[in-house]
Design a protein around this ligand. Structure first.
Ligand SMILES: C[S@@+](CC[C@H](N)C(=O)[O-])C[C@H]1O[C@@H](n2cnc3c(N)ncnc32)[C@H](O)[C@@H]1O
Length: 337
């Protein structure tokens, strides 16, 4: 006599088991760690962890199916990033706890060096673009979103902040310097810092033409060179040229004096991959939530945001983040106060 085993369905526990399985492998835990504030393609992750592409694809599939990773298409490439835990849903607390523990892991020096190599490849492509394309900069910018389309919104955010007359500003990546006259008329001293000599020459010509005597131009890399802190740090259309925007935001936040502000103007996430070739973009815009999450990790507090839709289909986000005054610093423990 054959014994009929009843079919028991475990749908809910299946998804918990997938989460546990995904977390039950040292390589996958390290992949999660490497994606803490960055996103990488499968080839980049294979390079970083020195394993074959098909092996890495398998691990990424397991992590994605468990809901730990999400994918984002950037033109022809697919980038993997961490998913945020959904606190109230099944597995949400486990997911959050897993990421908290994973973030205590120290990546090996070899892995860190290979991540730096991937970032260097991305940065070199961007720097090469601005060295070659300074002559046609304005025309290329206008293909996406030129300053005239977002100037008023950034100024609305800036003017609402009521800086003291003694306040200072730092513009990272001023490009041809079109925004510098606005900063020069609002701040006592302005530093404009660009890592492209060709772009800085355009900015110098603009400052001379406008007779700006309180703007200091500096040839420097905002992420690797010594930079002065300021009451207001401005980044207009720069973040999508940086190799690791989440990490970059942490470094740039340190340039904001206590009680000061960071103003970021960026494209919202889009799928116009021609922008990589035509405008040297490393990233096809950003999700609003990503900017907010990176800013939070950098110890910044979100302020007002403005969104500008353009006729060519692009959307711009102008965001304000502030750095708490020295005696009101947020620490992980009191962040939710
Ligand atoms: C798309 S342009 C934006 C120019 C200008 N802010 C605007 O909105 O028209 C990006 C600028 O950022 C500069 N840049 C990129 N990475 C940089 C870095 N790590 N440090 C300083 N400047 C950087 C580029 O050289 C370029 O001038």
């Amino acid at each position: 006599m054959s014994l009929r085993i009843p079919q028991i369905r475990f749908d809910a526990s299946d998804s918990l088991a997938a989460l546990c399985k995904a977390g039950g492998d040292p390589l996958r835990l390290n992949v999660l760690r490497a994606l803490a504030s960055d996103s990488f393609g499968v080839l980049e992750l294979a390079q970083i962890f020195a394993i074959g592409q098909s092996g890495m694809s398998h691990h990424l599939k397991v992590l994605t199916q468990a809901g730990l990773l999400a994918t984002r298409r950037e033109g022809n490439a697919i980038f993997y990033r961490r998913n945020l835990p959904q606190g109230d849903s099944l597995g949400g607390k486990l997911h959050a706890a897993l990421l908290e523990e994973v973030d205590q892991l120290e990546l090996t020096t070899e892995v860190q060096a290979r991540i730096a190599a991937v970032h260097a490849q991305r940065s070199a492509a961007s720097e090469d673009f601005f060295a070659r394309m300074a002559g046609s900069f304005q025309a290329r910018q206008d293909l996406l979103a030129g300053l005239p389309q977002y100037r008023d919104s950034v100024l609305a955010l800036l003017d609402a902040l009521n800086f003291e007359p003694t306040a200072t500003a730092l513009e990272v990546g001023p490009g041809d310097g079109s925004f510098l006259p606005e900063l020069a008329s609002r701040f006592r001293h302005v530093v404009a810092l660009d890592n492209s000599a060709a772009m800085l020459e355009l900015a110098r010509a603009r400052c001379e033409q406008a007779g700006l005597d309180n703007v200091e131009l500096k040839l420097a890399d905002a992420l690797h060179d010594e930079c002065p802190a300021a009451d207001c740090v401005v980044l207009n259309m720069v973040l999508h040229h940086l190799a690791a925007p989440g990490e970059a935001l942490k470094q740039l936040a340190r340039l904001v004096k206590a009680g000061g502000s960071l103003l970021i103007t960026e494209l919202c996430s889009h799928n116009q991959s021609w922008a990589r070739e035509a405008c040297g973009d490393l990233w096809l815009g950003f999700e609003q939530d990503d900017l907010a999450r990176w800013a939070d990790a950098a110890g910044l507090t979100p302020g007002e945001s403005l969104y500008i839709g353009l006729k060519n289909g692009f959307q711009i986000q102008a965001r304000h983040f502030s750095r708490p005054a020295a005696d009101d610093r947020l620490t992980p423990g009191n962040r939710n106060r």
